[in-house]
Design a protein around this ligand. Structure first.
Ligand SMILES: C[S@@+](CC[C@H](N)C(=O)[O-])C[C@H]1O[C@@H](n2cnc3c(N)ncnc32)[C@H](O)[C@@H]1O
Length: 380
C-alpha cells in the first residue's frame, strides 16, 4: 500500500481521543483484495464495500487498486460522514450509497466487508449479496480476531458454498466466501424476511427490526422500565423525540398512548431508522412519527420538542463508550424548549446523573430498580 495513503488516514477523523482511523484489519482487507478478485477491482461498478468505519476501505479500493463506481453500504451515519470528509481530503469521488441492498449488490463481483459484532446484520447483508451478486462474487470479510467467532462462518455458510478463514495477521483475520447460493438466499427471504416482526403481547404491539438493531424485535428491560412511567412524562407535550430509537418501540408506544402527539424518532443507524419506520407502520401510527437519521439528534431543530425519551447507548459496536450518550444529553438541551424534559433510563451503575445535570439541568429520579434508574432532567 503506498505510504502516503496510510499516512493520510493516520490522523484522527473524529473526536474519539485515542482513535487511529486506519487499522490492521482495513490494511489486511485491502492487501488481500487483489489476490481474491483482481478482475473485479478493475471493472467499474464491480466492487461494493460494507460497514467501512472511516472510509479507508472505499478510498483504499479506489486509490490503491483503481476501483471505480464503488457501491457503499454503511449502517452508521458517523461512518458515512467520515467517508465524505476523507474523500474530500483525497479529492476523490467515484463512490455512492445505493438506497437498497438490492441496488448495492446487483451483479457486484467483490465485496469488502468490515465485520461488526452482530450476526443478524451479517445474515441480512450476506443473504442479499448471495441473492443479487454475480455468480463469481467474492466476499472478503475482515475483523479483529478477538471479536470473531465460528458462528460468523456458520452465517456465511447459510448463503455461500465455500467459506475459508485466513491465518491471522497481527490482531486481524479474514473470512473469504465464494459460490453464492442464490436460490437458498431467495428462499430465506421469503420464509424469514428482514425486517423480523414480533408481536409483544404485554405491549399489545408489533416490533420490527432489521439485522443488527439493538435488541432485535424484542423489548429491552431498561426500555420497559421507562415505558412503565411514560404516562407521567410531560403529559402536555405536543412533540416528543425518541432519541436513539432503535426498533422504534418508544416512539410507537407514546404515539399509541397519546393520540394527538407528534413524534420524531432518530438514530445514527440506517437499520434502526428503517426498523422504526416499519414498527410505526405495523402499529398504525406512521402518520404521526417522523423518523430521521442523525448523530445524537444533531439534525433536529432547536426548541422543537417538549419531551425527549431516551435509552442511551453504552456501546459503540464492541467498545464500551459513553460518548454517544453524553452527546445525546448535550443535544437534548438544545432540542428541548425551556421547561421541556429529557426522560432517560440507564443502568444504575453508570451514574449518568451528574452528566445529565451538567448538560440538561436539574434532574430528579423517577424510579430506581436494582438494575435501572429513570430520571427526568428539565431545561431551566
Ligand atoms: C440502548 S439502544 C435503545 C434503542 C431503543 N430506543 C430501545 O429502547 O429499544 C440505543 C440506540 O442508540 C443508537 N445510537 C448509538 N449511537 C448513536 C448516535 N451517535 N446517535 C444516535 N443514535 C445512536 C443505537 O443505534 C441504538 O439504537
Amino acid at each position: 500500500m503506498p505510504p502516503d495513503f496510510a499516512d493520510l488516514f493516520r490522523r484522527r477523523t473524529d473526536d474519539t481521543a485515542d482513535l487511529i482511523a486506519i487499522d490492521g484489519t482495513d490494511r489486511f482487507i485491502l492487501d488481500e483484495a487483489p489476490h481474491v478478485h483482481g478482475d473485479a477491482l478493475r471493472q467499474p461498478g464491480g466492487v461494493a464495500v460494507v460497514d467501512d468505519r472511516h472510509g479507508v476501505l472505499t478510498l483504499g479500493a479506489m486509490t490503491v487498486h483503481g476501483a471505480s463506481d464503488v457501491r457503499v453500504v454503511q449502517d452508521s451515519l458517523v461512518g458515512v460522514r467520515a467517508l465524505e470528509a476523507n474523500a474530500g481530503t483525497f479529492g476523490r469521488r467515484g463512490f455512492h450509497h445505493p438506497a437498497t441492498l438490492k441496488q448495492a449488490f446487483t451483479d457486484v463481483r467483490l465485496v469488502l466487508l468490515r465485520l461488526t459484532k452482530s450476526n443478524d446484520r451479517l445474515d441480512e447483508i450476506t443473504r442479499a449479496i448471495a441473492r443479487y451478486a454475480a455468480p463469481d462474487v467474492v466476499l472478503l470479510c475482515g475483523g479483529m480476531t478477538k471479536h470473531m467467532s465460528l458462528s460468523q462462518n456458520d452465517v456465511l455458510r447459510r448463503y455461500f458454498g465455500d467459506v475459508t478463514a485466513s491465518r491471522g495477521r497481527g490482531k486481524s483475520r479474514l473470512l473469504v466466501a465464494t459460490d453464492p447460493l442464490s436460490a437458498q438466499a431467495a428462499r430465506a427471504d421469503t420464509t424469514n424476511p428482514w425486517p423480523r416482526s414480533v408481536h409483544v403481547d404485554d405491549l399489545g404491539m408489533t416490533l420490527a427490526a432489521h439485522g443488527g438493531v439493538f435488541g432485535g424485535a424484542s423489548l429491552d428491560q431498561g426500555t420497559r422500565a421507562l415505558l412503565d412511567v411514560l404516562d407521567r412524562a410531560v403529559p402536555t407535550a405536543r412533540t416528543a423525540v425518541d432519541l436513539g430509537c432503535g426498533n422504534g418501540v418508544i416512539a410507537a408506544t407514546i404515539a399509541r398512548r397519546r393520540p394527538s402527539i407528534r413524534v420524531v424518532a432518530t438514530d445514527v443507524s440506517a437499520s434502526a431508522v428503517a426498523s422504526a419506520r416499519a414498527t410505526a407502520a405495523a402499529n398504525g401510527v406512521a402518520d404521526r412519527i417522523e423518523v430521521v437519521r442523525s448523530d445524537a439528534g444533531d439534525e433536529l431543530a432547536a426548541g422543537s420538542a417538549q419531551l425527549i425519551l431516551c435509552n442511551p447507548p453504552f456501546h459503540a459496536d464492541t467498545t464500551v463508550s459513553t460518548d454517544a450518550a453524553e452527546a445525546m444529553f448535550r443535544n437534548a438541551a438544545t432540542i428541548l424548549q425551556r421547561g421541556g424534559e429529557l426522560w432517560c433510563v440507564w443502568n444504575s451503575h453508570l451514574r449518568y446523573r451528574s452528566a445529565l445535570e451538567r448538560s440538561v439541568g436539574p434532574t430528579r429520579q423517577i424510579v430506581r430498580t436494582p438494575k435501572f434508574t429513570v430520571t427526568a432532567s428539565q431545561v431551566p
